[in-house]
Design a protein around this ligand. Structure first.
Ligand code: HEM
Length: 367
């Protein structure tokens, strides 16, 4: 803040630099936009691919809504009905589950490439922060969607997840320590995971989260179009290509190929065949908690460390990681792209090792 400047003027200057409304026209946002060409240019396609999978989620999710019943008595039966008796139902369901995983994968890759290319630099700080919030929302979609088929493992995994939320309260000071308990009560809605929980997760998954996502995506994409693409590399590149029609054409071609791959995948390999439990075993409140409850693969990076290390340590590390992610534009302001690249490689290695070998490491540490 400059001396003599009011807080209001500082905030309004900050916002007008991040959202230069004078650039809000077709000519600036589309016709004149250029995309730099360099050896990291492939990173510019990762946001578009995340967007593509999001669109697949919306369309397939709407079809699923025609038949899905959000009640503990019918949820599982309705999913079974979609799988076995609705024409194309199994394919649509498979596309929804495969595409959910792809969306999370590409959102994470997009974060890593944006970080390595230093795309968070001024004036793109808010573009980055909206992106971080979008990633958190995407994870919440995964968490809430997991419960909807109401099978034994999903209900039990949700119970464990909500208990972990509550446990955070023990490590927070003063009034803050009540927050996780309130959150758990709000999401759970009753003494144990049951009808109220299913209803609330359903409302979150199909109404509240999509609305929040729509708002954030609009702001994210608007800021991207207003500022154009970041240069991505240290040396100013001499080569660039027109966003319209060349980059958009390549983007759409890539989307078509990916759509075909997704269709083949969903057709040939039911996503459920990778799950360590039969989907068609409905939840039974009197049944025993199945052995080896695990969340979806995209939570392994958090889940296996939680199983191996003290809870407080993981909580501290996660809290710090979230803060670092949000404040990245200021923390790494003066960091060179070479160093950012190195941090990206290390972070990617951690994610890949925990996701692919987390279980083996866990059995080695706790035989
Ligand atoms: C639902 C999730 C998301 C969608 C649909 C999405 C979509 C997009 C699209 C279409 C672009 C323009 C093309 C590109 O540069 O790749 C973009 C750019 C960008 N995104 Fe995202 N994004 C998402 C999440 C994220 C996340 C998690 C981050 C990082 C925290 C992020 C940070 C950025 C940044 C900094 C840019 C500007 C890139 C540049 O100017 O070079 N986004 N996003």
């Amino acid at each position: 803040m400059k001396a003599g400047q009011s807080v209001f003027a500082t905030v309004s200057n900050f916002l007008s630099e991040r959202f230069p409304v004078e650039h809000m026209n077709f000519q600036h946002m589309v016709e004149k936009k250029d995309v730099p060409v360099h050896n990291m240019s492939w990173g510019y396609y990762t946001g578009g691919l995340t967007l593509f999978f999001l669109m697949v989620q919306v369309v397939t999710g709407l079809f699923l809504l025609f038949y899905y019943q959000p009640t503990v008595s019918d949820a599982h039966l309705s999913v079974e009905f979609i799988n076995k008796h609705v024409a194309g139902g199994a394919l649509i369901r498979n596309m929804h589950t495969w595409s959910a995983s792809c969306m999370i994968f590409f959102a994470m890759l997009h974060l890593l490439t944006s970080f390595a290319m230093k795309a968070f630099e001024k004036p793109r700080e808010l573009t980055w922060i909206f992106g971080v919030l979008l990633l958190f929302l995407t994870f919440t979609f995964g968490f809430t969607g997991y419960l909807l088929p109401w099978n034994q493992i999903a209900v039990n995994a949700t119970k464990v997840g909500l208990q972990s939320v509550e446990a955070v309260g023990e490590y927070l000071p003063g009034a803050l320590s009540q927050l996780p308990h309130i959150l758990r009560e709000t999401f759970q809605g009753e003494a144990s995971v049951g009808q109220s929980t299913l209803g609330r997760f359903y409302a979150l998954h199909v109404v509240l989260l999509p609305l929040a996502l729509l708002g954030l995506i609009s702001l994210h994409l608007l800021s991207v179009q207003l500022h154009g693409m970041s240069r991505g590399v240290d040396q100013p590149t001499k080569k660039s290509e027109r966003f319209f029609p060349f980059f958009i054409f390549k983007d759409l071609s890539l989307w078509s190929i990916v759509f075909l791959l997704l269709l083949i995948l969903a057709w040939c390999i039911p996503f459920d065949s990778f799950l360590p439990y039969p989907l068609l075993a409905p939840y039974n409140a009197l049944g025993s908690t199945p052995a080896g409850i695990k969340p979806e693969w995209y939570f392994y990076f958090l889940y296996y460390p939680l199983e191996m290390l003290p809870f407080w340590l993981i909580l501290l590390a996660t809290g710090l990681a979230v803060l670092v992610l949000i404040f990245t534009p200021w923390i790494f302001k003066g960091t060179s792209r070479k160093t950012l690249g190195l941090i990206t490689v290390l972070a990617s290695l951690y994610l890949v090792v925990m996701t692919v070998f987390g279980e083996q490491i866990y059995h080695m540490v706790k035989p």
